[in-house]
Write a protein that binds this ligand. Structure first.
Ligand code: ZN
Ligand code: ZN
Ligand code: FE
Length: 747
């Protein structure tokens, strides 16, 4: 009887997620011979056996839960047109008896460089089954879930190269590990209460309070009593407290010096749905193995959750480590914020936790599985009623998933200074690092240097070429690197992500960045002509009295714009309690008052003018408050603006706002009109410059486009006018995405 065979390549999230054991068992079920193995270009499967069995195998494989795509090897002599599976199943002369999982190709160490995965449903069931030997064991995992990136010391990803090497498997665990039909076959972090990591609870004085299950019980009690705990998780420590305990939340805010910036919460899906509106896309993201924080719309104002929500939104994540599940079972909503002093890296070991969090946490719930690679929780947000999401922070769960880039050699991209993620390429793939943070902070800079070193060693590369932002004041700046302009890199990141071809008209709206004319940019219209980037237009410049401080004392931006257009009479009326006279003098005498075309500072100015926020206690607080007020509708109208010499003149806009203030128009209406105006500016510019430069492709990037009201309406209106519109979906639109853009510019 003639046998048949087929070769399949599976691409997607198929490595380190239990895919190979799944394929193994499936092949066994249909009595197929052959093998499965990781390669540099995906998982390769070759099966041989009866034709019907192969077909059944493929149909089950297609319907499996894995997030992947399958491609079938085609016989070179068959016609290109024929796409039928039949054509891909070939006659087979020699067939493999039995099915094997082959080791990864040695030369392709990167075939497995997996991200951390949230606890899978099967392990969750075992975790709460009294008769299971891992009942309430906080480190349960399997081939489909558990820590990955966070425990890797070096590649290949093998137990001995992870922080699990310290734990010798007990005979029972070893048996699971060695058995190809067990769901813990080659699960590198496999462990149980007999052989694996254990919990410890310490008090403020670093005194051991209890261990194992006792530590968990005690921790639950402490949380219920309103204590603040530092809890060691996957990529670092969280600071946790009972979200329903107003005093505890207030205390955490006080101790963390974080009066207004929102805290994320951890809760179960059911409670999340009670607290917020969760659509099917958001639910899928919450439940995904990456388990990011999803910014959701509040549907209720349950006390005291309103103290956590911000502008009617709440950052929500589901428990992703087994330990989290055990805690959430007892306390349904926990505040779970990064275990750091503000703006520093999150703590990953006891030493850092004790040193850095001693003034914040009352107790420390920790364990002895070392975290090798620090990574904060990722943050995503969906466009209203859409499956499209933006990534505000790309870190745990996404790192080190690579992005395609058309660069074969190894290049280092330094990224930006704020919200840094750097990037290293290897063989056509761009490995974007975890979130590093603001490099002006010394400890973040150390983290940056250490992570670059690690990433190079993981990838086994030593980049010959390096690129950085052109800002000479940046900590990531290096005179020896190729220097690239910030806003070009923003637009380039969209082009790289979506593999856009031809000319592109880009809108780069952000806080500030170093412009090609050495001034501060941030509201730019950029042309990519297929080869080079250039600025074709932008917002008219205005002064930033005091420079960087204008992103905090946002009323200064308003004073600056009022003064520029001779509406000085409004300054004492609106900002009388501030030292506005000094500010005006600074501008007039050109003292530390650089000019900028920043769209971010314009949002700040409008927030201050309306009075919704005069000072920002954290980055973009003013713009975010303004966004929350805005409801764009045709009825609310818009302000005037004009284009002059490729500049967008803001005079009529400011005039319109002060007139509205005179008429006691509400901040909400002013905000809506302002948002409408910004959308209109983009539409007008798109019409003018798309005609001039003959392109219908639009790219939107920069932190300002994290404003959902602006993004949604801009995208919809541009599409209605026949434009093809793209924005950042895989990398942050903020400066976290700059590194990818820098790489594209190098090509
Ligand atoms: Zn599992
Ligand atoms: Zn064991
Ligand atoms: Fe930027």
């Amino acid at each position: 009887m003639t046998n048949k065979k087929i070769k399949i390549i599976a691409n997607g999230v198929v490595q380190g997620v239990g895919f190979r054991p799944f394929v193994f068992n499936l092949a066994k079920k249909y009595s197929l011979g052959g093998f499965v193995r990781n390669t540099g270009f995906g998982v390769e499967i070759v099966v041989n056996g009866k034709k019907e069995s192969i077909e059944q195998f493929i149909s089950v494989l297609k319907k499996s839960k894995f997030d992947m795509s399958l491609s079938f090897w085609r016989h070179p002599e068959r016609s290109e047109e024929s796409k039928s599976l039949n054509d891909r199943i070939l006659r087979c002369t020699q067939n493999d008896k039995g099915f094997r999982i082959l080791p990864s190709k040695k030369t392709e160490i990167l075939s497995e460089f997996p991200s951390d995965l949230a606890v899978c449903p099967k392990c969750q069931t075992e975790l709460f089954s009294e008769n299971n030997r891992r009942y309430k064991y906080p480190f349960i995992n399997c081939t489909a879930c558990g820590p990955r990136f966070s425990i890797i010391k070096k590649l290949p990803y093998d137990r001995k190269n992870t922080s699990m090497r310290e734990f010798k498997m007990c005979p029972e665990c070893q048996k699971e590990y060695d058995n190809p039909s067990d769901r813990r076959f080659h699960a590198q972090p496999n462990a149980c209460p007999v052989c694996g990591p254990k919990l410890s609870l310490f008090d403020k004085n670093r005194k051991l309070v209890s261990q194992h299950g006792k530590a968990l019980e005690a921790a639950v009690k402490l949380l219920k009593n309103g204590k603040i705990l530092a809890v060691k998780g996957i990529g670092g420590y969280h600071l946790m407290c009972d979200a329903a305990n107003k005093k505890a939340v207030e205390l955490l805010r006080k101790r963390k010096h974080r009066p207004t910036k929102p805290f994320a919460v951890m809760t179960n899906l059911k409670t999340a749905k009670n607290l917020c509106r969760v659509n099917k896309y958001e639910e899928k993201a919450l439940l995904s193995p990456a388990a990011p924080i999803v910014i959701l719309k509040n549907s209720t104002f349950h006390f005291p959750l309103f103290t956590l929500s911000f502008n009617n939104t709440l950052g929500v994540m589901l428990p992703y480590a087994p330990l989290h599940h055990l805690l959430i079972k007892e306390i349904p909503v926990l505040v779970a914020t990064s275990g750091n002093k503000s703006d520093e890296p999150i703590a990953i070991n006891e030493k850092e936790a004790f040193n850095n969090l001693k003034d914040i946490a009352d107790y420390f719930l920790t364990h002895n599985r070392e975290i090798e690679n620090r990574s904060d929780d990722s943050i995503v947000r969906f466009l209203p009623n859409s499956n499209k999401k933006i990534i505000i922070r790309r870190s745990r769960g996404y790192v080190p998933q690579a992005l395609d880039i058309d660069i074969k050699t190894s290049v280092f991209a330094a990224g930006g200074d704020l919200k840094n993620n750097f990037c290293i390429t290897r063989n056509g793939k761009a490995y974007l690092s975890q979130y590093i943070g603001d490099l002006a902070e010394k400890s973040n800079l150390d983290f940056y240097v250490e992570s670059i070193k690690k990433m190079k060693s993981f990838l086994e590369v030593n980049p010959r070429m390096a690129v950085c932002d052109a800002h000479p004041g940046y900590y990531s700046f290096n005179a020896k690197y190729k220097k690239l302009y910030h806003h070009y890199a923003h637009i380039a990141s969209v082009i790289a992500e979506h593999k856009l071809k031809g000319k592109v008209l880009g809108f780069a709206f952000d806080g500030t960045g170093y412009g090609a004319d050495s001034s501060s940019w941030g509201g730019e219209i950029i042309l990519f002509d297929g080869k080079e980037f250039s600025k074709v237009a932008g917002l008219e410049q205005f002064n930033l009295p005091g420079g960087e401080i204008c992103s905090k004392e946002i009323w200064r931006n308003a004073v600056s714009l009022l003064h520029k257009y001779n509406f000085d009479s409004y300054i004492p009326k609106l900002f009388g309690i501030y030292p506005w006279k000094t500010i005006v003098k600074m501008i007039d005498n050109n003292l530390n008052s650089p000019t900028t075309s920043s769209a971010g500072r314009l949002f700040d100015a409008v927030a201050a003018l309306t009075g919704v926020k005069i000072e920002a206690l954290f980055e973009a607080e003013g713009a975010m408050a303004l966004e929350a007020l805005a409801k764009i509708s045709a009825k609310t109208g818009k302000y005037k603006f004009e284009f002059k010499d490729n500049k967008i003149i803001l005079e009529d806009l400011i005039k319109g706002i002060v007139k509205d203030l005179d008429k006691k128009v509400t901040p909400a209406v002013i905000s809506s009109k302002f948002h409408n105006t910004m959308v209109e500016i983009i539409i007008e510019a798109a019409k003018i410059y798309s005609k001039k430069y003959k392109t219908k492709t639009i790219a939107l990037s920069g932190g300002v486009f994290q404003n959902m009201v602006l993004l949604e309406n801009t995208v919809n209106k541009l599409k209605n006018k026949g434009f093809k519109v793209f924005f950042n979906e895989k990398v942050p639109a903020n400066d976290g995405g700059i590194a990818l853009g820098q790489l594209f510019m190098l090509k």
